[in-house]
Design a protein around this ligand. Sequence first.
Ligand SMILES: [Zn+2]
Length: 82
Amino acid sequence: MSECPDCKCNDSKKYFRILNLVLDNEASDDQRALFNLHIKECAVCFAHYNIELQLRQLIKTKVSYKLIPEELAQEIRSRVID
Ligand SMILES: [Zn+2]
């Protein structure tokens, strides 16, 4: 199999930029529509989108993991001290 036979993307850098805007909720409606249309046809950008999406969710999970409620933090501290 040749690499990416379905890829019709001639401007992946452009779409990669829009991808980041979409993920950051900073894309305009036009950009969002354009991108959604594009990833239906472009395996490369679709893959990029999914990787970035998972990466962001992972970062979010790690960030919220650090944001332990103060009560829980105190409980853990008291247990350690005990
Ligand atoms: Zn593309």
